[in-house]
Design a protein around this ligand. Structure first.
Ligand code: GLN
Length: 488
């Protein structure tokens, strides 16, 4: 049997539990796929072969003895390389941390391991999660399995590409301004950013602490939901973790009487192909019983400006700890303390990271704090209020994931154009809302497109229920990229 990668995580787990496949055979099958296909895609920074095989042997022994097995038993999972796995490298795709070994496991990794998943490796990202194409990795860019000339999106591009090519069945991503949802859209998979605080950030290398959220990426909504049941838990190590009981994600197939908000004004100017895909998705939702309502979210046009002030301000603060002393690489030729800071940072950080530290330091500086940082905070509050008002009239808001399908690597030179990639994803981070990407078809250029479903805070379960209903009536996620010799 060699079709294990065509199953969903839930299906593969059930096959393992029934004794149809051994965990060692699952691990070997996926490690072999990585060896064969990853040289073209470059989704992984580090493959943890011994760790995966050891865990698999352990699971087979447990099964043989009829011991209880976890909810993710035997499911291959990839971890974005800004989350700690104890004793393994956490590089954040940065020269600065290329030799840095994690002293402990992130809460998310701990929970995933406790539920008996097979962790396969660490995936590529834009350096410190700053970017929209995984082109800012200090090591190498990742390619999109649907079209190797294209980016997989970013910053969780390695995780998205790994799922699309079925090199893993589930992956973790982190989302500060769209880094789970945009690459999920570009690679034709499911991605979910939970409510801020739902998933612990303990052991995630911080980028913008008031925006960062870890979430699942998978080929089906059910796999994303299962992962949420495991990782969506209160954690005493994260001060912003929601102190709520874990939720059960029972999924259902219709959208009967669900009011879906359409922000008409904000969506003006969409490219015709994106508009068509969006309109088709709304029609599908209507056929499932949903009722569209017009909502006013024109204020979201300020989201990008607000985000690039707040995210850079927070990043400049968070990245101050990388000084060549406490973490990572220290410049060898430094003679004074100032030189240690200066030369270590000069060599350690890439261009985009330096740019953001400069911008963030600027907007926080004494003379400009009121003009930029404080003003941005005020507009963030107005955005939150606008969402609150909108959710008085609807249950979920539907938006495209990105203004285009995956773009060709190296094709966007203007930083503002790159930042505009995030126009539809950033609002959910600013307001702390749960939001999912579900595959919604293809651009005429044959690249995947996704639709985004955004819910009120805490309504994580509802968002995945709506996503499931849409997925079950469309099935775009079932179509694998054909270049891999057909996954079926
Ligand atoms: N593309 C956005 C940025 O560059 C979002 C990144 C993210 O969500 N980590 O900041």
């Amino acid at each position: 049997m060699n079709h294990w990668h065509t199953l969903s995580g839930v299906e593969l787990r059930n096959a393992f539990l029934k004794g149809e496949v051994k965990a060692v055979d699952i691990a070997t099958h996926f490690l072999k796929r990585i060896e064969t296909h990853d040289p073209h895609i470059k989704a992984f920074l580090n493959v943890l072969e011994p760790r995966a095989l050891l865990k698999a042997e352990h699971l087979d022994r447990k099964r043989a003895k009829n011991e209880p097995l976890g909810r993710l038993a035997g499911i291959p999972i990839a971890i974005k390389d800004n989350m700690h796995i104890s004793d393994e490298l956490t590089t954040c795709a940065s020269q600065f941390l290329q030799h840095y070994k994690a002293p402990f496991s992130s809460t998310v990794v701990r929970l995933i391991e406790e539920e008996d998943a097979l962790i396969l490796g660490k995936t590529n990202l834009d350096e410190f999660a700053m970017g929209s194409g995984t082109e800012n990795s200090a090591f190498f860019p990742t390619r999109n399995p649907w079209n190797l000339k294209c980016v997989p999106g970013g910053s969780s591009g390695g995780s998205a590409a790994a799922i699309a090519a079925r090199l893993s069945l589930i992956a973790t991503g982190s989302d500060t301004g769209g880094s789970i949802r945009q690459p999920a859209g570009f690679c034709g998979i499911v991605g979910f950013k939970p409510t801020y605080g739902r998933v612990s950030r303990y052991g995630l290398v911080a980028f913008g602490s008031s925006l960062d959220q870890i979430g699942p990426m998978a080929s089906t909504v059910a796999d994303a939901a299962l992962t949420m049941e495991v990782i969506g838990r209160h954690c005493p190590h994260d001060a912003t973790s929601l102190d709520l009981p874990p939720e059960t994600y029972s999924l259902k197939k219709d959208l009967h009487k669900i009011k879906i908000g359409i922000p008409f004004q904000f969506l003006e100017g969409l490219k015709p192909e994106i508009r068509k895909n969006y309109d088709d998705a709304i029609e599908t939702m209507k056929s499932l019983g949903a009722e569209p309502v017009a909502i006013d979210l024109d204020i979201l046009k300020y989201s990008i400006a607000v985000y690039y002030i707040l995210a850079t301000a927070e990043a400049s603060t968070n990245l101050a700890r990388f000084d060549g002393i406490r973490y990572g690489t220290r410049a060898k030729d430094a003679k004074t303390l100032d030189q240690v800071y200066e030369l270590s940072r000069k060599a350690g950080f890439g261009k985009e990271v330096k740019k953001r530290i400069m911008l963030g330091t600027y907007v926080l500086s004494a003379g400009y704090q009121d003009a930029y940082y404080k003003k941005a905070q005020k507009i963030r509050t107005l955005i939150l209020n606008a969402f609150d008002t909108a959710f008085n009239h609807c249950d979920a808001i539907i938006m495209p994931v990105a203004p285009s399908a995956a773009f060709e690597a190296g094709s966007i030179h203007d930083p503002v154009e790159m930042y505009l990639q995030d126009i539809f994803t950033i609002p959910a981070n600013l307001a702390g809302l749960p939001a999912a990407t579900v595959p919604s078809g293809f651009h005429p250029n044959k690249r995947p497109l996704g639709i985004q479903i955004i819910g009120p805070q805490m309504c994580d379960v509802s968002v995945l229920q709506y996503a499931y209903a849409f997925e079950q009536s469309t099935h775009y996620g079932k179509i694998p990229p054909t270049f891999l010799g057909g996954s079926k």
